[in-house]
Design a protein around this ligand. Sequence first.
Ligand code: NAD
Length: 288
Amino acid sequence: MIEVRRVAIVGFGTMGSGIAQVFAQAGFSVVAVDVSEEVLKRGLDNIWSGPFGLKKAVERGKLTEEQAREAFSKIKTTTNLPEAVKDVDLVIEAVFEDFEVKRKVFAEVDAHAPPHAILASNTSTLSITALAAVTKRPEKVVGMHFFNPPPIMKLVEVVRGFLTSDETVEVVRSLAEKLGKVPVISRDSPGFIANRIGVVPILEAIRLYEQGVASARDIDTAMKLGYNWPMGPLELADFIGLDVLLGIAEVLYRETGSPAYHPPPLLRRLVAAGYLGRKVGRGFYTYK
Ligand SMILES: NC(=O)c1ccc[n+]([C@@H]2O[C@H](COP(=O)([O-])OP(=O)(O)OC[C@H]3O[C@@H](n4cnc5c(N)ncnc54)[C@H](O)[C@@H]3O)[C@@H](O)[C@H]2O)c1
């Protein structure tokens, strides 16, 4: 079985930067790739001083100042993808949730990464089997689905594509454990496990709100106190991002045909109006 030592992350946005931080905190050397120096700088700022970044971990007493600096020094950045992947053992793709964009990235990574390297995608909804098909190593293509924010969330879904080998699944599963995460294994099916189930009650909460059955606050309170959810479904929708949620619902609706995933019209209106949730300060709630 290959031992993963060097890791490249392609796409240094919300998830890519969080995933880079997780690897660096676990002692791995990471090279992160994105399209411009400006985006790379934003990713590094997020890792150092973002709400789940290394400085916050020091303030919370999770890391010493020295450990935080050591982790930060393990992350290198570049806009040169071929150079970044040429001698790594694992590439994690975390670019936009768009099949065409991911397809091009996978083809380029496949052309430049060493033959033994595993190619993983952090996709939430797209097919691992379809991404594997654009490479010459489908047995080494796998889903490694982190949750947001990666430094905090324990779950990693390891997704087995149609042609993914047992060895690849095992390498990624045990790697997730080394990162301090809890891996679960899923076949390549729309939404895998957590989103396939979790999106349904969130969409139902939006329908209740849309129909005027209860206020946003009361819907959230009902689920927090009645079902012991740590966050209400509408708070969770704002946290995920209403545009991201809509994208997930659209794929699940298209792929399964189940009305449970039909995006409520209100969700579309909110996204069209730019009410995207916490990240812009407005969604179902208003944030400072
Ligand atoms: N945000 C979430 O809650 C969440 C949770 C789990 C999984 N995901 C998945 O993670 C992936 C990334 O999502 P995100 O929220 O981090 O998006 P994001 O928009 O924050 O980041 C995507 C990054 O990819 C970069 N990028 C785009 N094309 C590129 C290319 N060709 N080469 C290099 N970099 C490129 C962009 O510049 C951007 O910085 C998606 O597949 C998404 O479905 C997101």
